[in-house]
Design a protein around this ligand. Structure first.
Ligand SMILES: NC(=O)c1ccc[n+]([C@@H]2O[C@H](COP(=O)([O-])OP(=O)(O)OC[C@H]3O[C@@H](n4cnc5c(N)ncnc54)[C@H](O)[C@@H]3O)[C@@H](O)[C@H]2O)c1
Length: 301
């Protein structure tokens, strides 16, 4: 006969024991464990609540909302030569600016200068991203409310384009298509595209006018011309206002010397008129003739 009273009088020494190879957990300990889990969950929920109620969580970023009277411009390639000057001008004129740049060619120094000149919240934000990455581009447009896009980002060396044509078609034509698609998806209605005189090729008649036929002769010019065609075709059946700039050999810098053109040393061999002028002036190369002169900064006025 089993002695139940004896069994009950045994001291409760072990809290868990093995029953046929299975762990047996004392119900009291289980209760303790559940209590701890509950406590942790409650504390986590409390933390989430506190964070959500903190002003930085509840107040949306000024870049993510349309603010009456404020025009928010996305400047792609804003760490580069022309894009940084355009950004300076926009900020001076009280625009809100988001720069997107992958820093493959531009420099962070220019962005820092701009940030130091306009440190107030909601004036300038910098997003380090590659416009060839469709997911990033979509995220940027979904998280920010832009009124306009100025698309400067591009690889932009004629000589280099003949060596790496695919890079140019991808970076210029394909990326412009991505930007345009996101603009259409997120209802951004103004597009300013930085194209180039290289889309004209070698015109038979000078001077070049708006009517001059565009016959590009290198991948850089062709990629830009294709991007232009995409933009113009799209604009025919959309309410998007588009402007295409075809400028020639931009030179000059912020009159106060805060920004300038700072091409990477390895790109100098691909040659731009501006760099060549300085090299000629410094005697690094023999003299050269300059046919056109265009001051972008003053043009922006
Ligand atoms: N400089 C000129 O004389 C000239 C003349 C005509 C047209 N343009 C056009 O103007 C624009 C700007 O030229 P720039 O002289 O300032 O060149 P730049 O190289 O100084 O600036 C281009 C910027 O675009 C960025 N960029 C390149 N690919 C990118 C990508 N996939 N994603 C994000 N950022 C990217 C680079 O990092 C760089 O900061 C270009 O579209 C160029 O074709 C320039």
């Amino acid at each position: 006969m089993l002695n139940f009273s004896r069994a009950r009088s045994q001291p409760r020494a072990a809290r868990s024991m093995s029953l046929g190879g299975m762990d047996y957990v004392d119900p009291k300990k289980k209760g303790n464990l559940l209590g701890k889990v509950f406590l942790v969950a409650a504390l986590t929920a409390l933390c989430i609540l506190v964070i959500k109620r903190s002003p930085s969580f509840t107040t949306p970023s000024p870049f993510s909302v349309h603010e009456p009277g404020v025009t928010h411009v996305l400047v792609t390639g804003g760490a580069g030569y022309i894009g940084s000057h355009a950004t300076l001008r926009l900020l001076k004129e009280s625009y809100r600016v988001t720069i997107v740049d992958n820093l493959s060619r531009g420099n962070l120094g220019a962005v820092r200068v701009l940030q130091s000149l306009f440190p107030q919240p909601g004036r300038l934000q910098f997003i380090h991203a590659d416009l060839g990455d469709a997911k990033s581009v979509d995220k940027i447009f979904s998280e920010n409310k832009f009124d306009a896009v100025m698309h400067f980002a591009a690889v932009a060396y004629v000589g280099e384009s003949t060596l790496y044509p695919l890079k140019y078609y991808h970076n210029i034509t394909s990326n412009t298509l991505l930007v345009l698609e996101s603009m259409a998806k997120y209802n951004v209605k103004t597009f300013i595209y930085s194209s180039t005189c290289a889309t004209y090729g070698e015109p038979e008649k000078m001077p070049i006018t708006e009517e001059t036929e565009q016959k590009p002769i290198n991948p850089y010019g062709k990629a830009k011309k294709m991007a232009e065609d995409i933009i113009l075709d799209f604009s025919k059946n959309s309410k998007m206002a588009v402007m295409i700039l075809r400028y020639f050999n931009v030179i000059g810098s912020d009159p106060e010397g805060r920004l300038g053109e700072a091409p990477r040393p390895e790109l100098r061999e691909h040659g731009r008129i501006s760099g060549a002028c300085f090299d000629a002036a410094r005697g690094i190369m023999p003299g050269l003739k300059v046919y056109q002169y265009f001051h972008f900064y003053f043009w922006l006025k």
